[in-house]
Design a protein around this ligand. Structure first.
Ligand SMILES: O=C(O)CCC(=O)C(=O)O
Length: 287
């Protein structure tokens, strides 16, 4: 593991083998063969490279960033999308009505991207049959220095569904090296039934009034479970599918390369979908 310092929500995660490992990846570009599916069932995730066309992904990144002032991106390069060091001024909070992310998840280019055949096929291969895309599709955007990241959680706490009926595809919209703060997974946690009892312990949390995240302290989580956090350098075109049961979180962004991503969910056709997730995402919707 390279020598970079890692943290999540401002709390250090020691970058040593006791706490951090690499996500396994498959060479498959689809999950139609049994091996990829076996990998998913065994690991709780499936990391695949070059599932989406790199240029298509960068088109989406660029179209989103073009909704901001040119001064926000280094050298005015919206496609690369490095942070210039000048935060946008006068905008509502990320994803609230009036913020570019709120408009963007309602745009044609975003709809076309998230409705790509390759994502649909991947979800159907993993679910083993026809699936429907869940409409609420967040657009995440993290900038270096914010000390803000996704807390350790499982998806089933946020969306009401049976675990076998539902899959999430996390898609970086651009290159996302480890230091840019991509998604990290707690190894083996989809099979760890002691996790529910963890919630009854005294758990460090920076959100005492919100019972959905497990904790913001990834080192603590690793210490109590004995499991490592798995990381990777994501590239534009990669997709990682994960089970609703696996614990995941994200790291703080410490890179000029802004972390922009989306997470698409699919539910097995014929199964009821959490009604709160049937509208376009708005960061103030509270779900
Ligand atoms: O991108 C993030 O930081 C969170 C995404 C997430 O939790 C998910 O895809 O389930």
């Amino acid at each position: 593991m390279s020598n970079i310092s890692l943290s999540s929500n401002g709390i250090a995660l020691p970058n040593i083998a006791q706490y951090v490992g690499h996500l396994a990846e498959t060479t498959a570009h689809s999950a139609s063969d049994g091996l990829a599916k076996e990998h998913f069932n065994q690991n709780g995730y499936l990391l695949m490279r070059e599932v989406a066309d790199r240029d298509d992904v960068l088109d989406v990144r660029e179209a989103y960033l073009r909704l901001f002032d040119r001064s926000f991106v280094k050298d005015g390069d919206f496609r690369r999308g490095e942070y210039s060091g000048q935060p946008p001024v006068g905008l509502p909070k990320h994803g609230f009505p009036g913020h570019p992310a709120h408009a963007f998840v309602r745009s044609q280019i975003f709809y076309d991207f998230v409705n790509s055949e390759s994502f649909q096929q991947l979800a159907e291969d993993l679910l083993g049959g026809p699936a429907l895309r869940v409409r609420r599709t967040p657009l995440r955007h993290f900038i270096r220095g914010q000390k803000a990241a996704s807390r350790a959680h499982i998806d089933r706490t946020y969306i009401d569904s049976r675990k076998d009926d539902f899959v999430t595809l996390w898609i970086p919209l651009g290159d996302c090296p480890i230091e840019a703060g991509g998604l990290v997974y707690l190894e083996g946690s989809h099979r760890d039934h002691s996790l529910t009892s963890i919630k009854s312990q005294t758990v460090p949390t920076d959100r005492p009034d919100d019972s959905r995240p497990i904790t913001h302290d990834l080192k603590w989580m690793s210490d109590v479970t004995g499991n490592r956090w798995l990381v990777t350098n994501y590239r534009a075109g990669d997709v990682i599918a994960h089970s609703p049961e696996i614990v995941h979180a994200s790291l703080d962004s410490a890179s000029d390369m802004m972390r922009i991503s989306t997470d698409i969910r699919f539910i097995r056709a014929g199964k009821s979908c959490d009604p709160r997730w049937q509208q376009d995402w708005s960061a103030d919707d509270g779900y």
